[in-house]
Design a protein around this ligand. Structure first.
Ligand code: C2E
Ligand code: CA
Ligand code: CA
Ligand code: CA
Length: 277
């Protein structure tokens, strides 16, 4: 409904000024961003808390416009979703992620797994499975080393989400539920879906040591993951207290500034490459 409202507005205002015009300008800049080489990826480590080992990375899109500078994903991802550009962008992110995994490996760094975010729009066209499998073929990355992150709302709002997810699972690609705990309260789907990982949303981790409700929710998610035999990763881990809490409650996978901010591929390589003696 929101999208339709926007289009109506756009239709009637040829000489728009203000916010609407800014949005349109931004949208047209965004459309050219891939061709202009303004999009790149940062990678945030996912770490085994007990061993300190790198278990994977999450690929996060970045847009650096020559005049605007760095535009944050919370601005350009929703715009890409509304305009449909997300299909192109999402494909670019997938391909670049898989290529980077191969490049790291060729340079001597084995990153076990890469997580890539998918938007609901990427499921709408029905070709997501074909896109993923052709990118895997093209790059040679093993399907088991790609994990796709979707939110609960993607699962609940996509008509054929179950079919797509089953198809992705059938080609060997892993699935994680992102921002877990913030979406629908119906958990029945978890039993039926071939997902491997739950990511505890940052909002629950943030105040874990001061807010008993957040603490209770985090513990419940960890337990749920255990009983369903899923991996649980805590997002947005920033402090040693949070790490201690997670360990105490049986969650040993984490991602967050405590370990590393999202970083350029070279920085990730430098930090995690095997030491030569
Ligand atoms: P997300 O998928 O939940 O990604 C995690 C976000 O949390 C990232 O923000 C990351 O930089 C941030 N983060 C990680 N650790 C910490 C921490 O310890 N503290 C705090 N305060 N933040 C932390 P970022 O990169 O700005 O991305 C925001 C959102 O944009 C992502 O949330 C995701 O929903 C979306 N996004 C980013 N790249 C892509 C993409 O390639 N495709 C799609 N569809 N969405 C993307
Ligand atoms: Ca994510
Ligand atoms: Ca998340
Ligand atoms: Ca989020």
């Amino acid at each position: 409904a929101k999208g339709r409202g926007r289009n109506a507005y756009r239709f009637f205002s040829q000489e728009m000024t203000g916010e609407g015009a800014d949005q349109l300008r931004l949208e047209s800049m965004l459309r050219r961003s891939i061709d202009n080489d303004e999009i790149f990826l940062n990678y945030q480590p996912q770490v085994d808390i007990e061993t300190g080992q790198l278990i994977g990375v999450e690929a996060l899109a970045r847009w650096k416009h020559p005049e605007l500078g760095l535009v944050p994903p919370v601005r350009f991802i929703p715009l890409a979703e509304e305009s449909g550009f997300i299909n192109q962008l999402g494909k670019w992110v997938l391909r670049e992620s898989c290529r980077q995994m191969v490049r790291w490996q060729e340079a001597g760094l084995y990153v076990p797994k890469i997580a890539v975010n998918l938007s609901v729009r990427q499921f709408e066209r029905g070709s997501i499975v074909a896109i993923v499998s052709s990118i895997l073929d093209e790059t040679g990355l093993e399907p088991q080393r790609l994990q796709l992150e979707v939110t609960e709302s993607v699962i609940m709002n996509t008509g054929d989400a179950f079919a797509f997810i089953n198809d992705l699972n059938a080609i060997g690609v892993g699935l994680a539920i992102d921002d877990f705990g913030t979406g629908y309260s119906s958990l029945a789907y978890l039993k039926q879906l071939p997902v491997q990982t739950l990511k505890i949303d940052r909002s629950f981790i943030k105040d874990i040591s001061t807010d008993p409700n957040d603490e209770a929710i985090a513990i419940a998610i960890i337990q749920l993951g255990k009983s369903l035999n899923l991996s649980v990763i805590a997002e947005g881990v920033e402090t040693a207290e949070q790490v201690a809490f997670l360990l105490r409650h049986g969650c040993n996978l984490a991602q967050g500034y405590f370990y590393s901010r999202p970083a350029a591929q070279q920085d990730l390589f430098e930090r995690w490459k095997p030491h030569s003696r």
